[in-house]
Design a protein. Structure first.
Length: 323
């Protein structure tokens, strides 16, 4: 039977990509949820029914509901869908902060019927890096995550949404924290809103240390300049540099370079990945009873770490309006 998918927020930047990705997998995009006329064009394109609210979604009519809304709106909607028996794929993060995730934590089936959309896990380099790390004595991980934006406006400019660390940098926080145990200590964190002049952190630099001694350095910012290479059709430039006592691994967008302590080295290049498509394929396995690629507990841990990063940054940044 062809899987039936509903997409909430289907006219937005992420929602439209989710809808087209699921259609490309061969799933039936049966229902789009949009409260205004913006949903008409994608509904016509995909042959989907257009409804104004999630109240009209029933678990017997769809196999998966995708929620792609501003972060502060997602927890209540996802909790309601879970309580009514739906399987849900929600855009990351799981909430704008840990307090906002509380309603979701209490929802029925949150641990087995909710998948959180951290797309980096679907990149072919991610599993290779994870396997390499398992066999190494890691000293430090450095990440540079840059998302191209002409302007910071709409929901991204809302202080309640948390700024770039929550909207973009949390991809790196979630991925790196999945490699190491325990809650990291924030050693230093700073934030700036000087690139666009919005009321949210637009550039965040943080250094954290996991209990086993691994130092995690992160730089995340929105950039008005599009870089020549990147993920999501060039909109996102990512570099993950892992230093171990017996080697080094550098993941840069669609390339991987490894240096071993004995002098050996190798490189691997990947074809550009449509991470929305790869995630849709993983989500279809999940909606037929598979394990979520990223669970609520894993996503909540990333949100709690992001809370600590922002708290440390805003406590010493004079140019940021505190959320």
């Amino acid at each position: 039977m062809t899987p039936r998918v509903a997409v909430v927020g289907a006219a937005g930047w992420a929602g439209s990509r989710h809808a087209r990705a699921f259609a490309a997998t061969g799933a039936k995009v049966a229902i789009l949820v949009e409260r205004d006329e913006r949903g008409s064009a994608p509904a016509q394109e995909l042959g989907a029914q257009l409804v104004p609210t999630t109240a009209e979604l029933r678990p017997e009519d769809v196999d998966l509901v995708v929620v792609a809304l501003p972060t502060t709106l997602q927890p209540v909607i996802c909790a309601d869908l879970l309580n009514r028996g739906c399987r849900v794929l929600t855009e990351k993060p799981v909430a704008a902060d840990a307090d906002g995730a509380a309603v979701l934590a209490a929802a029925s089936g949150v641990n087995d019927r909710l998948m959180v959309g951290y797309k980096l896990h679907q990149h072919p380099a991610a599993e290779l890096v994870s396997q390499w790390i398992r066999n190494k004595n890691v000293i430090a991980v450095s990440v540079r995550s840059v998302a191209h934006k002409q302007k910071v406006d709409s929901w991204r400019a809302d202080p309640k949404e948390g700024g770039v660390a929550v909207v973009n940098g949390i991809h790196a926080i979630e991925l790196v924290s999945s490699w190491f145990d325990g809650n990291p200590k924030v050693l230093a964190s700073s934030a700036s809103s000087s690139l666009y002049g919005s009321l949210v952190p637009e550039h965040v630099v943080s250094t954290l240390e996991f209990p086993e001694g691994v130092v995690f350095s992160m730089q995340s910012y929105w950039s008005p300049w599009q870089e020549p290479q990147g993920l999501n059709q060039g909109d996102w430039s990512l570099t993950v540099d892992v230093l171990a006592s017996d080697g080094r691994m550098l993941w840069s967008n669609d390339s991987l370079h490894v240096w071993e302590r004995d002098g050996g080295q190798y490189e691997k290049a990947f074809d550009p990945s449509d991470l929305f498509l790869r995630q849709a394929e993983a989500a279809l396995k999940f909606c037929t009873g598979g394990i979520p690629a990223v669970t609520f507990a894993q996503a909540l841990r990333a949100t709690e770490i992001a809370d600590a990063v922002l708290a440390a940054a805003t406590s010493r940044a004079g140019d940021i309006v505190s959320p």
